[in-house]
Each structure stands twice: as structure tokens, then as C-alpha cells.
Ligand binder design. Sequence first.
Ligand SMILES: NC(=O)c1ccc[n+]([C@@H]2O[C@H](COP(=O)([O-])OP(=O)(O)OC[C@H]3O[C@@H](n4cnc5c(N)ncnc54)[C@H](OP(=O)(O)O)[C@@H]3O)[C@@H](O)[C@H]2O)c1
Length: 370
Amino acid sequence: MNYPMSSNHESFLGRALALARKAWGNTHPNPMVGCVLVENDEIVAEGFHVRAGEPHAEVACLRNLGRSPLPGATLFVTLEPCSTMGRTPPCVEAILGAGIRRVVVGTRDPNPVHAGGGIDLLRDSGVEVIEQEGELAAECADLNLIYNHQIVRNEPFLALKLAVSADGKLAEKPGVASEVTGSEARADVMRWRRLFPAIAVGAGTVIVDDPRLTARLPDGEWCPRRIILDGKLSSVPESKPLPQVYSDEFREKTYVVTAFGSCPRRRAILADAGVPFRELRANAKGGFYLSEWKALCASEGLTGVFCEGGAIVARRLLEERLLDYLFWYESPKRFEHPEAPAAPPLQSFGLHYSRKTELGEDRLIRGHLS
Ligand SMILES: NC(=O)c1ccc[n+]([C@@H]2O[C@H](COP(=O)([O-])OP(=O)(O)OC[C@H]3O[C@@H](n4cnc5c(N)ncnc54)[C@H](OP(=O)(O)O)[C@@H]3O)[C@@H](O)[C@H]2O)c1
């Protein structure tokens, strides 16, 4: 018997997407996934993947139902169900075992181990699989920016975030902490900080801005892994109080990447403060190769890094073609000081699949780099 497709189709998948987002930033290295089960045009069970090692969304949803689905039930899931044994049994098996005959999939899993395999297995077993198209499908894929990249390339997803004035500046003048964007854009940055497992900045940004680099959200403050790129340890003062990233309650979540042979006194100060460091081969300029830092992140299992500048780090990452994604917050302010640090021009990034969001007086342009 065929059951008609609901006119609420998109709202059911939209609800699954909202459920997936409840695990924002908590599922690495796994994707965020949400799921609802619909019977007679009503959601009767919901589930989402809470964190790696816990049940996948489909299994959570079926468990929450607590009985067998009715004939004609449709499962809506934001990501193609997995088809191989991981830390948990494959979801395709759970779906078939529950007798579900129709599944709506938000987007295919780019993981080469699954990619289309889950959908094929379901179809081969007689299940009707409807693949979502259009903006909602794009949103389901966009939800897992970090996972989508890391699982295909087996390297961390490196995203650069810059807040830029209308005249292309990153700060009002040299050596001064500046507010480039307004409160809505800054709140948006907090949300992205909460998504990424790590944030990186250069020594210059620590010296000038003394940033906290935490995600300050309505439900509390969260600290990712904080990485300071500092070849000569110039961000470690010898006769002044230490910057926040080396002295606050989260200091053990900070590490400094430095070059072999950098200042022993400053290393000792870091060690006394309980801040670890990593050493990389020194290059001719007394710094280290950012490509080797990226490889270090991969070897430590970091799936994504939100790089927050400043100007020198942004340029080097761009020149060395190490960036995968750009978050470009554009402000209407103008900073006309002739020595204000400048961002590389937006056109130099070669953005594609970009999205624009208005955030009060500012706007965010974000997208993949070619
Ligand atoms: N608007 C924004 O989005 C934004 C974001 C961040 C910062 N900012 C602003 O940007 C300014 C700071 O930028 P900046 O260009 O002066 O500094 P920066 O990019 O934060 O840091 C540059 C320094 O980091 C170290 N470093 C970076 N890459 C390295 C490598 N591969 N090897 C070794 N060391 C490396 C070097 O320190 P050594 O020279 O000591 O070796 C380098 O001078 C501030 O005004 C800040 O307010 C704006």
C-alpha cells in the first residue's frame, strides 16, 4: 500500500534540523544529525545525536518511540543513515528492523565509507527513500561544515574569521583593540566559536587585544582549545601580568605553538603558568611553517580550527593556501588611519558556495575557498 506524502514534509525535516542543532559543537568528530518519526501526519518521536559514542539520531528516535512504528510511518533524518558498523551498529539495520518503509533524507553523507551506500541499501530492501532538494537540503549539508571537510580530506577544516571595516581594515589603528562590528555580529562569532573544537590567533592579536577567546553564550561560557601561534614567544611578557589566555581559569586549554629554540625564559614563564607549548621546526624568519602546524592539528585529532587573525596570520594562511573557509564580517565603519592593519581583499580569497547574513548594521559573508 502507498501512503501519500505529507504536505508538512518540509516542516518535519525542519524540525529534525532543529533537533540536530541541539548538539551544536558537541559531536566532533561525528556530524550533528536530527530525526523525527511521523505517523498520520504527526511527529510521534524525535531524536538527535548527542555526542560521539552515543546512539545515532535514528536509533535515539526509534528508542524514544518505545514501540513499533505504525505501517505508513515516515522517518525524516537530516543526514543519510549510516550503513557500516562504527562505534554503534548501522542505522540502516535499525530502520529496516523497525519495519519503516519510507525515509526522507536531508543530505547524502560525504563520508566515502557511506556516501550513497545507506540510501542504496534501504532502496535495495524495498524502502522508499526521498532525497531532499533545494535550500533545506543545503541547510542540512551546511550544518556539518567541519565534518563534511574532515571526513573526505582527513585533515582539519581551517576557517579564517575576520571582522573588516568598509575600507578593509581589521582595527582602527595599530596597537589598539577596536570594536569593528556591532553586538549582533559579535554574538554570531560566539556561536561559531562554540561550534569549532579549537580557535587560533597570532601573537600580535594576543598582545594588542588580550582576547579571552571563549564562546560567551546566554547559557554560559565555553572554552575551546585555544592555540597561540607565536614563533618567538613575543606574546609572553617577562615583566607584566600575563595575557588572559595564559592566566585565566581556562589556561590549561591554551597551548602555544612556537619554534624550536625560542626564548627559554619565556618558556619557563609559560610552564610556571601551567600553559603547555608545542615546538615546530624553525624557518629562516624564526617562525615555523603553518603547514606543519596544520599537520600537527591533524595528528592531535583536531577536526576544525577557527582562525581569528590577525593581519599577519591571515595573510600567511591565505598565501600558503591552507585555508578551507572564510567568515568575513563586514562593517559599515571606516577606519582611515594610514597604518591601521589591513585585511587581504575579499576577492583574493576566491570564495564559492557563499552565503550572506545580515547582522544588524553588519553582514556576514561566508563560504568555501577554492
Ligand atoms: N578584525 C579582526 O577580525 C581582527 C582579528 C584579530 C586581530 N585583529 C587585529 O589585528 C592586529 C594584530 O594583527 P598582527 O598582524 O599584528 O598580528 P597577528 O597576525 O595576530 O600575529 C602575528 C604574529 O604571530 C606570530 N606568528 C604568526 N604566524 C607565525 C608563524 N608561522 N611562525 C611563527 N610565528 C608566527 C609572529 O610573531 P613574531 O613576530 O613574534 O614571530 C607574528 O608577528 C591587532 O590590531 C588586532 O586588533 C583584528
